[in-house]
Design a protein around this ligand. Structure first.
Ligand code: DC
Length: 234
């Protein structure tokens, strides 16, 4: 069946499960998935390794302005597991961009207007054809304000810290619950208070608080919306 193809913009706080949800939606609908946070993370990883953000989180904006036009940043499908992965300058960096070090610095990079413009250009190129699910902080408000469906995801900070800790433990990290919770709360503050494209709920977004929901519960919720508003079955 040929269904209408739309842009689904998923915004919300850190560790609300946006990317797991977005990935699964894209898979079920046969859409492209764009993890926009991964692009900010990759730039942060590069900036840290080239000394354009230091230990005190001071950013060398001029250095970044010289660097960004020279880099390549893209998503590629890994044929061995079918997952989309982030590549920076021709090298896969999916694992390197998920460390606590990058998480602690990324909001300082993501608040720079020149970085946001750079990422927005990449995203506009990806969304030119409909049939895409993007997750981030400003997709429904700034990047694609005309997205047909906007979802704003939230959950309590404690639930989010528990989920994040589980992920970190699975990748061998010994981070404590308190430091993960602290990082989440700091990022919430910076993401919602920055001058450029702060995290806010778009007026026409539907809110999904998944503190007490499983991924299947979320799909029950979503399928009703897709069917009612767009006659799309998932
Ligand atoms: O979704 P994430 O935790 O991987 O995102 C990493 C950081 O990138 C997050 O702290 C805020 C920033 N970000 C943003 O400012 N705008 C987006 N569209 C996506 C992420």
């Amino acid at each position: 069946m040929n269904q209408k193809r739309i842009i689904i913009a998923i915004d919300g706080f850190s560790s609300t499960g946006k990317s797991s949800f977005a990935k699964e939606i894209a898979k079920r609908l046969g859409y492209i998935y764009a993890d926009t946070g991964a692009l900010y993370r990759a730039i942060t990883y590069l900036a840290y390794n080239t000394g354009f953000i230091n230990r005190r989180n001071t950013v060398d904006v001029e250095g970044l302005a010289r660097l960004l036009p020279k880099i390549t940043l893209e998503f590629k499908r890994n044929p061995s597991n079918g997952l989309s992965e982030t590549w920076l300058n021709g090298v896969p960096v999916e694992k390197q961009i998920r460390t606590m070090e990058v998480s602690n610095k990324v909001s300082h990079i993501a608040k720079q207007p020149l970085v946001r413009n750079f990422v927005d250009d990449i995203l506009h190129g990806m969304g030119a054809q409909r049939g895409i699910v993007m997750d981030g902080r400003d997709i429904g408000t700034v990047v694609f304000p005309d997205a047909e469906l906007k979802i704003f995801m939230t959950a309590s900070p404690q639930v989010r810290a528990e989920r994040r800790l589980l992920e970190l433990r699975q990748s061998g990290s010994k981070e404590s619950f308190d430091s993960v919770l602290k990082n989440i709360m700091e990022r919430d503050y910076i993401d919602t208070h920055r001058e450029v494209a702060p995290l806010v709920q778009a007026p026409d977004a539907v809110v999904l608080d998944n503190s007490n929901m499983t991924i299947s519960d979320q799909f029950v919720w979503l399928s009703a919306i897709l069917l009612k508003r767009f006659n799309i079955t998932i």
